[in-house]
Ligand binder design. Structure first.
Ligand code: SF4
Length: 702
């Protein structure tokens, strides 16, 4: 009799597709999309369908290591606890830090956050999701008072108009894109793509606005001004549910006085701009979907608010087929937001600016020394590791030596840091710097929950035994906490117990609203946790109950009103010049995930793009003296990388694109990390990964 299929969730993007996995008697794993999962209804993309080919033990590190030699858990954990405790005793709690990952499950995230903020007493825990969606978090808080994604995926199908901004949805959120294309076939949904590149997503749209990098605020200020000029505002909604409209409109009108001015500033034709404005004005059921092209910018938060302003001005928010919609890159970026996995958040959607909330969490955790101020955000955390302020750093399930901007400096910081712990599954560029390596369990071996971009909580379930001496991340964190003397607070029998505690901490009241509320799950029996069906929050636990939020006229702000934010066009932080005449954009390929530690092992996923290639326009290739297929060196103010030239008219002259994925495991200095700028958005701390000026030289091969 064949083994039963196990219902689990894909570990890649923020769509959060349901997967049915089956292990054959020979140990091979087959997967298919779960037809009952509300996110994907049976579909999987190229990465998801190849999941069964990623579960082998090739490359796994299955025992702890100290200084590169194999060690037992007792010795390795003892050393981690001792070095962290000694460092804290000598230099204070802010001398240590955790850098975690949107790949972690909510239960892993919860205990890591609790250990750092509750018991170590520092908020120096930040996540690679800082690089992914921190500007959306900051923009939501500025507009709504809380980090809330109002919509649900069904809105992609209910909308008459879907505006995709800085989002190559076809490759980065493929199943959501397929849902959108199906809706378009059935209902004629209009699709506008706003992206400097002509991506696979732009290939299918009704209107592609290839704006110049960094001009999103100007475009959406132009839209707000157009709505104001044309009398297309929802004046009742603005008067009753919002504040700050007159100033936002007046700044938008000054910034973007006419469609012609917007077109000139954005590098577009006036007719394209007018068509977009008219489409948005005409289609009440419209959603504006934004992703890394908006977030990864020194003005990412302003871009988010420029978008939200247009939805507030028309009252199109939290209603079927309407609203601003941030889609997250990682499988559990949203779960990290729930537990407070960002250094500026406390826990359960509570913040450090609320002393009562800090006291509440301290009492709940029985943590007398709880952190009372935000900690270091990703870029600053690695700066601090490099200059000696951070003396002990624990990296969990992420590869900052490749993925962080200014990656060469990050590698130097990891090398300089007194004590580096890495818990991961395989060797990466980052594990090379680890004084202690702790082997973690991976997808298919561990249990817990993830939350996708529409606030849907789904289970990841194990269907394979944990190999060698690997352990689940939550257990590794709890083991270290116990050895540091915090055992009573970290004595969990399993992830179900952690989840119940996490749920019980939710439901705080923010100016009369209880939005992140999953207290109904705090009493789940173990068997109910095991069989838990995907459920939206709030009201999680009733199965997929697609609850929209913020659809009324009350927001979790002091006056109960949503806030317009007056934002001005600022442009990119570091424009191109004669020395570096090309603006480099970076992002994902269809078939790869992050630094390829999993997808890079699957030949069929490597087949489409077997080596790193920089896409440039033919004009720039000619100006740089290179031809299609040449090996070139890219130099930015921060570092260099090598890649093949791929000439493409998808790039406008003066722009180039390099995939983010390649790591030293495959080719030295081939990814975008060493080139990228560490300059960050002032509100979100998110770095400008979407633009850095470069020059390109043909490499002579000796
Ligand atoms: Fe996995 Fe995302 Fe593909 Fe769904 S769309 S199968 S979550 S990578």
């Amino acid at each position: 009799m064949p083994a039963a299929e196990v219902r689990t969730t894909c570990p890649y993007c923020g769509v959060g597709c349901g997967v049915l996995a089956r292990v054959a008697t020979d140990g091979s794993v087959t997967v298919r999309g779960n037809p009952d999962h509300p996110a994907n209804r049976g579909r999987l993309c190229s990465k998801g369908t190849a999941l069964g080919e990623t579960t082998g033990l090739d490359g796994r590190v299955l025992a702890p290591e100290i200084g590169g030699r194999e060690a037992g858990w007792d010795e390795a954990l003892g050393l981690v606890a001792q070095r962290f405790s000694e460092t804290i005793a000598r230099h204070g709690p802010d001398s240590v830090a955790f850098y975690v990952s949107g790949q972690l499950l909510t239960e892993d995230y919860y205990v890591a956050n609790k250990l750092m903020k509750g018991f170590i007493g520092s908020a120096n825990i930040d996540t690679n999701s800082r690089l992914c969606m921190a500007s959306s978090v900051a923009g939501h808080k500025r507009a709504f008072g809380e980090d809330i994604v109002p919509g649900v995926y069904e809105d992609f199908e209910l909308a008459e108009l879907v505006v995709l901004v800085g989002s190559n949805t076809a490759w980065c959120h493929p199943i959501l894109y397929q849902r959108l294309l199906s809706a378009r076939q059935e209902r004629g949904t209009r699709i506008v793509v706003i992206d400097p590149r002509r991506t696979a997503t732009a290939d299918e749209c009704d209107l592609h606005l290839a704006i110049d990098p960094g001009t999103d605020v100007l475009l959406f200020n132009g839209l707000l001004a157009h709505l104001g000029r044309s009398g297309l505002l929802d004046r009742d909604y603005i008067a009753e549910a919002t504040s700050g409209f007159p100033e936002a409109l007046s700044v938008a009108m000054a910034d973007a006085p006419s469609p012609e001015a917007v077109a000139a500033g954005c590098g577009l034709a006036p007719a394209e701009v007018r068509l977009f404005f008219e489409l948005f004005a005409a289609k009440e059921r419209s959603i504006t979907v934004y992703s890394q092209g908006v977030n990864q910018s020194t003005h990412g938060t302003d871009k988010v608010n420029a978008i939200i302003n247009c939805h507030l001005a028309t009252g199109r928010i939290g209603r079927p087929g309407m609203g601003p919609f941030s889609v997250t890159g990682q499988p559990n970026a949203m779960g990290g937001r729930e537990v407070g996995g960002l250094a500026n958040q406390l826990a359960a959607h509570m913040n450090f600016d609320d002393q009562a909330a800090i006291d509440r969490v301290g009492r709940f955790w029985r943590a007398p020394d709880i952190a009372r101020a935000p900690g270091l955000q990703a870029v600053d955390m690695f700066r601090a590791a490099g200059d000696g302020r951070i003396k002990a750093l624990w990296v969990m399930g992420t590869n900052p030596a490749v993925s962080m901007p200014d990656a060469t400096r990050v590698r130097a910081a990891l090398k300089a840091c007194d004590f580096v712990v890495v818990s991961d599954v395989v060797r990466t560029d980052t594990t090379r710097f680890a004084h202690v390596f702790l082997p973690a369990a991976t997808w298919g071996e561990k249990d817990g929950t993830v939350t996708n971009s529409e606030r849907l909580i789904s289970r990841q379930r194990s269907f394979l035994p944990i190999p060698g001496e690997a352990r689940p991340d939550w257990r590794i964190v709890c083991d270290v906490a116990r050895l540091m003397g915090f055992g009573a607070a970290f004595d969990y029998a399993g992830p179900d117990v952690i989840f119940r505690e996490h749920a019980a901490l939710s439901g705080f009241e923010n100016y009369g609203e209880r939005l992140f509320d999953i207290r109904g799950l705090a009493g789940l029996e173990k068997s109910e946790y095991e069989s838990f069906a995907p459920s939206h929050w709030p009201a999680a636990g009733k199965g997929s109950d697609a609850t929209r939020l913020l659809g009324g006229r009350r927001f979790p702000t002091p006056d109960g009103r949503a806030r317009f934010v007056a934002v001005r066009q600022e442009g990119v932080a570091h424009p191109t010049d004669a020395q570096r005449p090309i603006g480099l954009n970076s992002g994902r390929l269809r078939d790869q995930w992050h630094t390829m530690t999993r997808t890079g092992r699957v030949p069929r996923l490597m087949a489409n793009a077997p080596e790193p290639a920089v896409e440039i326009n033919a004009l720039d290739a000619a100006r740089s003296g290179c031809a299609d297929g040449d090996l070139v060196r890219l130099d930015s103010p921060h570092g260099f990388a090598r890649a093949r030239v791929k000439i493409s008219d998808a790039q406008k002259p003066g722009q180039a694109f390099l995939p983010m994925h390649w790591s030293g495991h495959y080719a030295a200095n081939a990814g975008a990390g060493p080139l990228a700028s560490p300059l960050c958005d002032a509100f979100s701390g998110q770095p400008e990964l979407k633009h850095v000026p470069i020059r390109i030289h043909r490499e002579e091969i000796a």
